[in-house]
Ligand binder design. Structure first.
Ligand code: NDP
Length: 477
């Protein structure tokens, strides 16, 4: 994507060294999002706006009507065996029950998010919860966030298990049983919140200076106008929709799929347990590190539009949980060696993902005054200039996992993603969608981030890429 680079100015000499990653003005040109929309960006955006909802529908419908075969619906349509209307007419519609469940679910998450200040940080050593600061926004604002996602996750899951084992108010298969009607509800919320965010950006933005108008309706709708839309002091759209209801729901959805296996087959397969455990670790990691996530690209670079709003409401809960859904239709029992191998790959991937992220976090927090693998970290001193000519200094680490490849955290993430897919055996391609999607997402993210870093650090970035020549796989890419 094209970035609108700031015009170069002579750096201010003698300015005090300071590490300021997200300088107010520089960021407007450097934060990886196009200000001028080229035809390729526009075509991609229109393609996604049209096809992303269809892709989600196609996957979920394939499971419900074709036992998760991705080819059979197409074959049926191409051979005239079925018409689109037949498939559509067999699709469950929106129901009052699903609407009530969904409304209750979202309201409950809003209540947990807004009205219960974090107590986990008071007794969990090492956990950073409560009021935390985000990164500096392009307008120079530092937002405060109430980090209480871990608490929301724990309360939600305690209640889920209490209901499943004690109260029996509803069946734990409730999510699976209403999966398609709930899809319509998730879409309604996804489109409503994205449309609201766009209107809000025009008429009552939280911070007008943090708005980005490209002049292209589709681009603005998809990639967002406001940087950090909020209602009131604390209801932050990005933090809420990024983590809840989507990611809190992720583990509940998997539990519901496991309960459905139990109901249908009288047992839960080892593959289903593997998927629940590995994805559970990933979700817990997200909430344990929610404060750290305030500094990742999603939160501190992207604006809030359909990409995040609809993506968090629909794409994430429906496509990130395809493995569990598949296993309801195909209860795979893995050989022990396969299960153990998959578990090892998943855990190794998670370890690499977490440790790589941790190393950078520690390195940046301590400005390099720390130990990585028992040694002082190696790094490249680099500088960048903001549009007003001020010069800033930063450091890029070249040791630890960051010396192996420039995005080894993505590599770990991809290994974990592959493990979820391998847990489903080799009979169908549907569960492998996740690794294909994550590879595209993270490779694109890698290129997008490097484009941004290269324009930010210039020749210093070249020195860094010479010191660490590979992106994801040492010796290969
Ligand atoms: P990173 O955490 O890798 O952050 C990239 C930034 O780190 C760069 O822009 C640069 O910022 C800084 N940086 C780059 N190289 C170095 C270095 N050698 N030393 C110090 N700082 C460096 O990217 P993300 O925010 O994209 O990812 C965070 C995690 O979230 C990843 O592990 C990823 O796998 C995961 N993720 C998961 C997704 C999912 O859907 N499951 C989606 C997206 C991400 P600066 O300008 O400050 O120098």
């Amino acid at each position: 994507m094209a970035t609108h680079l700031p015009k170069e100015k002579k750096p201010t000499e003698g300015r005090k060294h300071q590490h300021m990653q997200n300088d107010t003005k520089a960021s407007q040109g450097q934060w990886g999002r196009a200000w001028e929309v080229d035809w390729f960006s526009l075509a991609s955006i229109i393609f996604l706006l049209i096809f992303a909802p269809l892709i989600v529908y196609y996957f979920i419908m394939s499971c419900a009507q074709y036992q998760c075969s991705l080819a059979d619906p197409l074959l049926d349509l191409l051979t005239g065996n079925k018409h689109l209307s037949d498939i559509w007419n067999s699709t469950p519609t929106l129901t009052y029950r699903a609407a009530a469940i969904y409304a209750l679910w979202v309201t409950f998450q809003v209540v947990l998010y807004l009205f219960i200040p974090d107590f986990c940080h008071k007794f969990l050593p090492g956990y950073m919860g409560g009021v935390q600061e985000g990164a500096v926004t392009p307008a120079g604002v530092v937002n405060k966030y109430e980090i209480n996602g871990l608490q929301a996750w724990i309360i939600t899951h305690v209640l889920w298990f209490a209901n499943a084992y004690c109260f029996h108010f509803f069946s734990p298969t409730i999510i699976f049983d209403n999966w398609i009607p709930l899809l319509w509800c998730a879409n309604i919320l996804g489109y409503a919140v994205s449309t609201f965010a766009m209107i809000k950006g025009y008429f009552f933005p939280t911070n007008a200076k943090d708005c980005k108008f490209t002049g292209n309706f589709f681009y603005d709708y998809m990639m967002g106008i406001e940087f950090n839309p909020r209602i009131g002091k604390w209801f932050d759209f990005k933090l809420f929709f990024n983590g809840r209801p989507g990611i809190v729901a992720w583990t509940l959805i998997n539990l519901s799929f496991a309960a459905k296996q139990q109901e249908l087959y009288g047992q839960v397969t080892n593959s289903m347990i593997l998927v629940n455990v590995l994805q559970g670790i990933y979700v817990l990691d997200f909430f344990w590190n929610e404060a750290w996530y305030l500094k990742t690209i999603d939160i501190c670079h992207d604006h809030f539009g359909w990409y995040l709003g609809w993506g968090d409401c629909v794409w994430l809960p429906y496509l990130y949980t395809l493995q569990g859904l598949y296993l309801v239709y195909h209860p795979v029992q893995l050989y022990t060696a396969h299960a153990v191998g998959t578990l090892m790959l998943g855990l190794l991937g998670y370890y690499i993902f977490r440790m790589t992220n941790h190393q950078k976090d520690l390195f940046r927090r301590t400005s390099g005054n720390c130990r990585i693998w028992g040694k002082k970290p190696e790094y490249i001193e680099c500088s960048y200039t903001s549009v007003d000519g001020s010069k800033y200094y930063s450091k890029l680490m070249t040791s630890g996992f960051w010396g192996w490849a420039r995005h080894f955290n993505y590599t770990g993430d991809l290994m974990g993603s592959l493990a979820y897919c391998l847990a489903c055996g080799f009979k169908h391609v549907l569960p492998y969608f996740y690794i294909v999607y994550m590879t595209i997402l993270l490779t694109h993210r890698c290129l997008r981030d490097e484009h941004r870093c290269s324009s930010k650090y210039g020749k210093d970035w070249k020195r860094y890429t010479a010191a660490v020549p590979y992106r994801l796989l040492p010796g290969i890419f």
